[in-house]
Design a protein around this ligand. Structure first.
Ligand SMILES: [Zn+2]
Length: 101
């Protein structure tokens, strides 16, 4: 009689373990999915498309002087031209030395 109870308990424990593993699997999969949905594109294998991926996330512009690609929010803008820094803005924009804004 006692052996049957012990056997039943071990089966129950085994079932609990299976349920626990399944729960962990489901939760981690859910987390992975939401993480991927936030990133919109799977990571890995994108060594040559770095700039393309970057433009997907942030609006980038090219510096008129050196051609450096930078986020538009960090660019030094003047009219429709963008520069990576004030030094690069200076040579092309003659007689504008102060920031009046
Ligand atoms: Zn520059």
């Amino acid at each position: 009689m006692a052996q049957r109870i012990i056997a039943a308990m071990s089966i129950f424990r085994g079932l609990l373990l299976v349920v626990a593993v399944w729960l962990v699997f489901v939760i981690s999969r859910q987390l992975f999915r939401s993480h991927r949905a936030r990133k919109t594109s799977a990571p890995g294998g994108g060594t040559t498309k770095t700039s393309a991926i970057k433009t997907h996330y942030v609006d980038t512009v090219d510096c008129e002087t050196c051609g450096l690609r930078i986020p538009k929010t960090e660019a030094v803008g003047h009219d429709d031209r963008y520069f990576c820094c004030h030094q690069h803005r200076a040579p092309k924009t003659h007689a504008i030395s102060d920031d009046t804004e």
